[in-house]
Design a binder for this molecule. Structure first.
Ligand SMILES: Nc1ncnc2c1ncn2[C@@H]1O[C@H](COP(=O)(O)OP(=O)(O)O)[C@@H](O)[C@H]1O
Ligand SMILES: [Mg+2]
Length: 454
């Protein structure tokens, strides 16, 4: 209750709406102003009252005794105020006995002064301010009522009221004062409640802000971590790609060249030797070209001028001529242009499977089938060679997400089978190898049917 609360909460609210985080500062500022007013305001009002007393001396203070009494009261008021100025900092926490004594004495001085000269009501007005700070809670209404009596007395013509009409006027003015005190009290209580809710909202908002900031910080850290992981994954991915490229171009080419040169060194017939030498140099040229293309991240040269079925047909034919193994190439389903990456993947897998059939299988016949199905393309390379056991876990290990997968996967083999799997997985496909000793090998790659324009 009290005028102070209403003003305080209004100012606090205004500041809080402008910038919630400044609310506490604004509140402290208003508090400081009130402290200043309650400290120096009484001196000013008492001084002003003293001036009025002197100015109206001629017609309101009639006797010398009254003048002395008024002067003594003003001096007492100043003394009281000085005392309160000195002791009040010790009681700033809230109502105290010293505060009640100060309030009571000030009221008494103001009442008697107003009796002597109604203008002293300016000093009595102080009773409306600070009642809540100085008086215990249950004494506040008494203090406010006493102040209302003093001011109503001076407003209705001064004490004591004269005659019946004087008393009636005094009662009426007092009633208005009490009604106003009640109304302002209610308003202040309402404002105080709103301010409390508002402060709670601000506190909640600050907490939410803090949580949000924390979430943002965590998010930023996560983002940084993800970037690092993405970079590492990118590096591992590129290493895998390069390993596969080196294996499928240079390593395969060199293997073929060595095979041709071995034939040359054993050949007695110069014409046969020349033919194999020509094949060796053609292989070297081809491998060099492929290696250059893979450095530039281009697809296989065979796909530059032909679609996958023709490129595969050519690869199978050339392989059969070079190795002397009977090979058959078949296409099932309706052939359609595929995405470059898909075509390159299937061609590289076919080349590696054929290379394995040549080097490890000792096969008499090889069959290569390209099947276009709904949503999927399959490439099967079967040989009737000696077969092998593809079951050891190291050989079947998937290379996906394993940065070490660029290493040769088994003591006996190289990068071929793992490279096939890695290539297929890069385009969301898969490779399965079925083989049994003495019963040949079937390599099957399945990849999504992604058309050229997709
Ligand atoms: N078609 C096949 N017939 C028989 N053995 C095969 C065949 N393909 C692969 N292998 C066996 O699997 C091993 C691993 O093959 P791969 O990963 O291509 O490596 P590399 O060909 O460099 O040896 C080969 O060393 C061989 O023992
Ligand atoms: Mg191989």
């Amino acid at each position: 209750m009290g005028i102070r609360c209403g003003i305080t909460s209004r100012l606090t609210r205004g500041a809080a709406e402008a910038a919630p985080l400044d609310a506490a500062t604004a509140h402290a500022q208003v508090e400081r102003r009130w402290e200043l007013f309650l400290r120096w305001g009484p001196y000013a009002l008492l001084g002003f009252t003293a001036v009025l007393l002197v100015a109206t001396d001629g017609f309101l203070l009639t006797s010398t005794a009254e003048r002395w009494a008024a002067a003594a009261l003003v001096v007492a008021g100043f003394a009281l105020q000085v005392w309160w100025t000195l002791v009040s900092p010790r009681h700033s926490a809230g109502p105290s006995t010293a505060g009640a004594v100060y309030y009571g004495l000030r009221w008494a001085i103001a009442f008697v002064l107003s009796w002597l000269n109604p203008f002293a009501a300016f000093y009595a007005v102080l009773g409306y301010f600070g009642a809540e700070r100085e008086l215990p809670r249950r004494m506040v209404p008494v203090g406010l009522f006493g102040t209302a009596v003093t001011i109503a007395g001076s407003q209705s013509g001064g004490f004591p009221p004269e005659g019946r009409s004087g008393w009636l006027l005094f009662a009426a003015v007092l009633a208005v004062h009490i009604a106003l005190i009640y109304v302002f009290g209610q308003l202040a209580a309402y404002e105080e409640k709103r301010a409390t809710v508002h402060r709670a909202t601000i506190a909640e908002l600050e907490e939410t802000n803090a949580r949000l900031q924390q979430a943002l910080d965590e998010n930023a850290a996560l983002h940084a971590q993800l970037l690092v992981q993405a970079r590492e994954a990118g590096v591992a991915d590129e290493r895998r790609r390069l390993a596969a490229e080196i294996h499928d171009t240079i390593a395969q080419g060199l293997t073929g060249i060595i095979a041709q040169l071995q034939v040359v060194s054993n050949a007695a017939d110069p014409a046969l030797a020349e033919e194999h030498l020509n094949r060796a140099s053609a292989l070297a040229r081809h491998s060099l070209g492929e290696a250059r293309r893979s450095v530039q991240n281009l697809g296989p040269a065979a796909l530059e001028h032909h679609a996958l079925p023709e490129a595969l047909k050519q690869t199978v034919t050339e392989w059969a001529e070079r190795t002397g193994v009977r090979a058959q190439f078949t296409v099932t389903g309706t052939a359609e242009p595929l995405h470059d990456e898909i075509e390159a993947t299937l061609l590289r897998i076919a080349q590696e499977a054929l290379s394995n059939a040549d080097r490890h299988a000792g096969a008499a016949r090889v069959g290569v089938t390209l099947s276009y199905m709904a949503g999927e393309v399959a490439l099967d390379v079967r040989d009737d060679g000696r077969g092998f056991d593809p079951s050891p876990s190291s050989r079947l290990r998937s290379s996906r997400g394993d940065p070490n997968a660029v290493e040769p996967c088994s003591g006996s083999g190289g990068f071929g089978l793992d490279g096939m799997r890695a290539r297929a997985e890069r385009v969301a496909g898969a490779v399965t190898v079925e083989s049994e000793r003495g019963r040949g090998t079937a390599v099957s790659a399945r990849v999504p049917l992604l058309r050229h324009d997709q």
